[in-house]
Design a protein around this ligand. Structure first.
Ligand code: ADP
Length: 269
């Protein structure tokens, strides 16, 4: 029997220049592809984010809010197309580095209802995985059974895939060293949380104003919210800085690395 899969999320901030629309970070893609290749994970699923490709167009046409007017339809197409372009660049880097990567387009196999994954036709993905390929998915514009269409985040996909395929663990690469007590980009006194259980994390988030609170905002807020459901099922999460060389490599190899380990409870790693 093949080992349980590892689900790797590569944040859009790691493979694009987030403040420059439609600008890929090709050097980072190449380096990350090399790290993924060297780590030789035998059962791997990759999900990447949108960074400066998906987000600006999706926002301009309010795709996440669902269908309201006809002229949003072209925005749905542009958003999906931007993600296809980014995905193609990343998959190209993976293949050039010897990773047997195959795109699985979420908009072709997933339907959401009120923004949550409702139907996931995963037969092709399962077979690709069984045959040793590395399926590569991404945050995408998808058809929504209630709202017409919406944006499916890479983070929701990661949790869903990890639970569906009973993943051994989830590795999340972002552009900061892990989960901090506050956004490290705007708060210089933010401290890195190296290890936390779900219970403790919930407690810290509730305890606003206390001396040991955790203020999670922006992209990290959505990430933690989505990942919580996988951690609750006993799948541990490791958040590392994908912008720093070898962090993703070490995380995939399960070697000691700077980052945040989130687990269900004391006995779960
Ligand atoms: P990606 O697009 O790579 O998936 P995001 O940009 O959506 O990642 O989310 C990561 C960002 O969340 C970080 O760059 C950081 O600025 C922000 N953030 C907000 N609160 C926190 C926190 N408590 N700890 C770490 N990062 C945080």
């Amino acid at each position: 029997m093949s080992p349980k899969p590892v689900v790797l999320k590569v944040g859009g901030s790691a493979i694009t220049f987030k403040d420059k629309p439609l600008t890929p970070n090709l050097r980072a893609m190449k380096r990350l592809a090399g790290e993924i290749r060297r780590a030789e994970v035998s059962n791997l699923i990759i999900v990447h984010g949108g960074g400066s490709f998906g987000h600006p167009i999706a926002k301009e046409y309010a795709i996440k809010d669902g269908f309201k007017t006809e002229n949003q339809n072209i925005g749905f197409c542009w958003t999906h197309n931007a993600m296809v372009t980014l995905n193609s660049l990343f998959v190209n880097a993976l293949i050039q580095n010897g990773v047997c990567a195959v795109t699985v387009a979420p908009s072709s196999c997933i339907l959401t209802k009120q923004g949550r994954i409702r139907i996931f036709q995963d037969k092709a993905l399962t077979k690709l995985l069984e045959k040793g390929f590395v399926p590569v998915l991404y945050g995408d514009a998808v058809i929504d059974l209630a709202k017409g269409f919406t944006i499916l985040s890479g983070d929701q996909l990661v949790s869903n895939l990890a639970i569906k395929f009973e993943a051994e663990r989830i590795v999340v690469g972002v552009d900061v060293d892990g989960l901090y007590t506050a956004d490290p980009k705007t708060n210089s006194s933010a401290k890195l949380i190296k290890k936390v259980t779900l219970e403790k994390l919930k407690q810290l988030q509730k305890d606003v104003g206390g001396s040991q609170t955790v203020d999670v905002t922006g992209g990290m807020f959505g990430k933690i919210r989505e990942l919580t459901s996988a951690v609750e099922k006993g799948i541990p999460v490791l958040i590392v800085n994908a912008a720093k060389p070898n962090r993703i490599y070490k995380a995939l190899k399960n070697e000691k690395v700077l980052g945040t380990h989130i687990s269900r409870g004391e006995n779960n790693h």
